[in-house]
Design a protein around this ligand. Structure first.
Ligand SMILES: Nc1ncnc2c1ncn2[C@@H]1O[C@H](COP(=O)(O)OP(=O)(O)OP(=O)(O)O)[C@@H](O)[C@H]1O
Ligand SMILES: Nc1nc2c(c(=O)[nH]1)N=C(CO)CN2
Length: 161
């Protein structure tokens, strides 16, 4: 079984419902076990800023799927939740990114591991740190990476009940 971290993001419609649905679909796969789910964070848009705030979270899973099969399943979740690719880094109902797959390093036309932009993204690093405070990315400690991040707005969301 491989330990994998996935990043989830939504900024269209009912953002929480989209993230909940993506997690539900991950749970439904017989070769995926979800072991940790971070808090949900409201985050300012990064990259393309003329869009609504995002809801972001990170999950830890164990899977027997290969990296490319897992990417295919994650892309399927995006399709079911009607994600449209119109603007690069633009609005989306759901984005499911492979952040880390064990300590695999990969780079081909479909998949780069670790995710190439994760270390610059507060919306990834803060939820990841919450559930994996000792993880290393490209040989760097997560605490060190977080110390060097530029300021990007992020607020933990507290749901009642
Ligand atoms: N680690 C990865 N996780 C998810 N997709 C990846 C990864 N590495 C490469 N890709 C490729 O990137 C392509 C574009 O992904 P996507 O449309 O989700 O990008 P984005 O979310 O808009 O931007 P970003 O890649 O900066 O998060 C996907 O079709 C996929 O093949
Ligand atoms: N806050 C935030 N900004 C983004 C996000 C995201 O998930 N959250 N995803 C992007 C492309 O993957 C681009 N910008």
């Amino acid at each position: 079984m491989a330990k994998v971290y996935l990043g989830l993001g939504s900024n269209i419609g009912d953002k929480k419902q989209h993230i909940d649905q993506a997690i539900e679909m991950l749970k439904q796969h017989k070769s995926i076990i979800i072991t940790k789910v971070s808090s949900y964070y409201e985050t300012d848009p990064v990259g393309y800023t003329e869009q609504d705030t995002f809801l972001n979270a990170v999950v830890e899973i164990y899977t027997t799927l290969s990296p490319h099969h897992l990417l295919g399943y994650c892309n399927g979740i995006e399709e079911i939740l009607k994600r449209k690719r119109i603007i690069r880094w633009g609005p989306r109902t759901i984005d499911v990114d492979l952040l880390l797959y064990e300590d695999f390093i990969a780079e081909d036309d479909k998949l780069t591991l670790p995710h190439p932009r994760m270390k610059e993204r507060v919306f990834v690093m803060i939820p990841l740190y919450e559930i994996a405070p000792n993880v290393e990315i490209n040989g760097m400690e997560i605490e060190q990476i977080i110390k060097n991040l530029e300021v990007q707005g992020i607020r933990k969301v507290h749901y009642g009940g």
